[in-house]
Write a protein that binds this ligand. Structure first.
Ligand SMILES: [Cu+2]
Length: 136
């Protein structure tokens, strides 16, 4: 549990640094971008700036009460990162996984060490379902 929190903090740190670098670089005068598009651009930019360990992370977006993609396949040892893009709280619970409540913009990561299928739900909205398939 402690280790997971530490990894989470490190990832937050990486995002923070990536965000700062990106802000310095964007001098182009784009007047009025809808907030949602700014968010999207930021996320994509952060992924592109650090190419190494980041590429091993599979991303699941939580948006409009939906896990996107709803079913994701990863390799053994791979980490999945859920990001809540809704303004309401969501979490990721099931198959031994239990995240905290995620506020908008908050992330949860989990590393899958064993082959299998891992169905999960949002405990706040139990009709929200997702599944991670871990293969060799
Ligand atoms: Cu939810």
């Amino acid at each position: 549990m402690r280790k997971e929190i530490l990894i989470f903090l490190i990832i937050l740190g990486v995002f923070f640094v990536a965000g700062c670098v990106e802000n310095e670089g964007s001098d182009e005068p784009e007047p009025s971008i809808p907030l949602e598009e700014v968010d999207k651009g930021g996320a994509v930019g952060a992924e592109e700036t650090s190419s190494g360990a980041k590429s091993d992370i599979a991303n699941v977006e939580i948006r409009n009460y939906t896990y996107i993609p709803q079913n994701i396949t990863v390799k053994i040892g791979q980490t999945v990162m859920w990001t809540n893009n809704d303004t309401v709280l969501h979490d990721v619970v099931g198959s031994g996984i239990e995240s905290d409540y995620l506020q908008k913009g908050e992330k949860f990561i989990y590393t899958f060490e064993e082959e299998g299928t891992y169905p999960y739900i949002c405990s706040v909205h139990p009709w929200m379902e997702g599944e991670v398939t871990v293969g060799a």
